[in-house]
Design a protein around this ligand. Structure first.
Ligand SMILES: [Fe+2]
Length: 190
C-alpha cells in the first residue's frame, strides 16, 4: 500500500497557496485510488474467471492512477528546497542540446503542446540519451526503460486556480521561477 507524501513547499512566486493546496488534493486522490486498485486486483487477478469486463478495465486503470501518483511526487518535490551544487545533468544537457537554455526551450515547446498531460525529461537507462517526452494524461507516451529526471505538469488543474486556461505560458514561467534544479541533478546521479 502507498502513503501520500507530504511536501515542504514554502510560498511560491506566481503560484498561490490555494493552487498548490487544490493540486495536492488531486494528488491524494491518486494515492487513494492506487490503493483501492491494488486491493481489488491482487485478489481478483488470481482467478482468471474473474477477468471479465470490470476487472480488465480496472487493470487498465492502474497506469493512470499509479503514474498520476508518482508523477505528482516528482513534480511537488521539485518545489522543495535542496542544498547541493551538482551539475552533471546540466553538463549532459549542454552536450546534447548545445546549451542549457536550448534544452529548456525545447522542453518548454513540448510543454506548450495542446492537450493535457506532462512533459518529462527522461534518461535512457541503456545508453544515457536524454529525451523530452510528452505524456498524455499520466500514462500515454512513456518510453520504456527511461528514468524520470524532471517533470512538469501541464494539466489545466495545475494552473487554473491562478491563470486562465489560455495562459499556460504564464504558468510555465512561474513554474521555472520556483523549481529547485538540484532535485533533477539528484535523480540523475542516484
Ligand atoms: Fe496535476
Amino acid at each position: 500500500m502507498y502513503q501520500a507524501k507530504t511536501f515542504q513547499i514554502e510560498a511560491l512566486e506566481g503560484l498561490s497557496e490555494k493552487q498548490i493546496e487544490e493540486h495536492l488534493k488531486l494528488y491524494n486522490g491518486y494515492v487513494k485510488n492506487v490503493n483501492t486498485l491494488l486491493e481489488r486486483l491482487t485478489e481478483d487477478q488470481q482467478q482468471s474467471d474473474k477477468m471479465g469486463v470490470e476487472i480488465s478495465e480496472l487493470t487498465r486503470r492502474m497506469g493512470f492512477e499509479f503514474n498520476g501518483m508518482r508523477l505528482h511526487e516528482y513534480y511537488f518535490s521539485q518545489f522543495e528546497k535542496s542544498a547541493g551544487e551538482k551539475d552533471a545533468l546540466k553538463k549532459k544537457l549542454v552536450e546534447q542540446f548545445g546549451s542549457f537554455e536550448d534544452w529548456q526551450d525545447a522542453f518548454n515547446a513540448v510543454a506548450k503542446m495542446r492537450g493535457i498531460g506532462w512533459v518529462l525529461l527522461v534518461e535512457d537507462e541503456i545508453n544515457g540519451h536524454c529525451f523530452n517526452v510528452w505524456v498524455s494524461d499520466h500514462e500515454l507516451g512513456h518510453l520504456a526503460g527511461q528514468k524520470v529526471l524532471f517533470a512538469m505538469d501541464v494539466w489545466e488543474h495545475a494552473f487554473t486556480v491562478d491563470y486562465a486556461p489560455t495562459e499556460r505560458g504564464k504558468y510555465i514561467e512561474a513554474f521555472w521561477k520556483n523549481i529547485t534544479w538540484q532535485k533533477a541533478e539528484d535523480r540523475y546521479q542516484a
